[in-house]
Write a protein that binds this ligand. Structure first.
Ligand code: DC
Length: 238
């Protein structure tokens, strides 16, 4: 859509926070409730990492990653009722959640050329969203959409985040040793994502902090939907 066809700039809701804060589930539910598109930018960093591993790029070598990162064609489908992610036409929504990708994604996402490429794709998704978009990640409010209509920083204590992830894994029958490894990996990724030089995880200026440690999922969805409605309700009313 040509921007001249719009009565106003597209609605962008930027949601950031650490792993396990519930961002993806909450962002998707809020997008569906408000009739907006949904973008999981972590999935794009995971898709880039999956392609690097599949093509035997040494992900510990930032120069090799920088040289290769222009090659994969990464496409995010932004329907909140059924988001999709493909690399070179292949559906990678399953493999990008595997342990190999999860272990390497922080290294790949720290490479500035990777970020520059994916940020451009992310802005393109927002431009194409018919009514606006809920975009979630680590740098939505700080870097990708600094002019977002609403910015939310979702967080939860480390203990609450580990316990939620452990409960999900236990329900799937995963053993306790793997669950302990997962908790250590969560801590390691948080430290890496928060301390990297390019676009570290931060609460963006103007972002509203929502601590989900003591809230149910439904309470978080209600809180975030209310915050978005306060700031952008007049733009997204049907
Ligand atoms: O949200 P997630 O766990 O799927 O994200 C995977 C990784 O991607 C995470 O370790 C940090 C990185 N990431 C990022 O650097 N910037 C974003 N906007 C989203 C994710």
């Amino acid at each position: 859509m040509d921007t001249a066809d719009r009565a106003h700039a597209p609605v962008v809701v930027a949601i950031d926070g650490p792993s396990g804060s519930g961002k993806s589930t909450v962002s998707r539910a809020v997008a569906a409730r408000l009739g907006l598109s949904f973008l999981d930018t972590g999935a794009m960093y995971r898709a880039m990492t999956w392609w690097m591993l599949a093509n035997e790029v040494d992900v510990t070598d930032p120069e090799a990653v920088a040289i290769a990162c222009g090659k994969p064609v990464i496409v995010s489908g932004t329907d909140a009722d059924g988001p999709t992610i493909t690399v070179d036409g292949q559906d990678v929504s399953g493999p990008i959640r595997g342990p190999e990708v999860t272990a390497q994604v922080s290294a790949v996402s720290a490479v500035p050329q990777v970020r520059a490429r994916l940020v451009e794709l992310q802005r393109g998704c927002a431009e194409l969203a018919p009514r606006g978009i809920v975009a979630e990640g680590r740098d939505m409010g700080s870097v990708v959409f600094p002019e977002a209509t609403a910015k939310i920083f979702l967080t939860a204590s480390g203990t609450a985040r580990s316990e939620r992830r452990a409960a999900e894994l236990r329900a799937k029958g995963v053993d306790e040793q793997t669950i302990a490894e997962m908790a250590a990996d969560l801590d390691r990724r948080d430290a890496a994502d928060s301390s990297r030089a390019t676009a570290p995880l931060v609460q963006a200026p103007g972002a509203v902090l929502v601590d989900t440690s003591e809230l149910t999922l439904q309470q978080v969805i209600d809180t975030v939907s209310d915050l978005v409605a306060q700031r952008a309700g007049h733009l997204i009313a049907a």
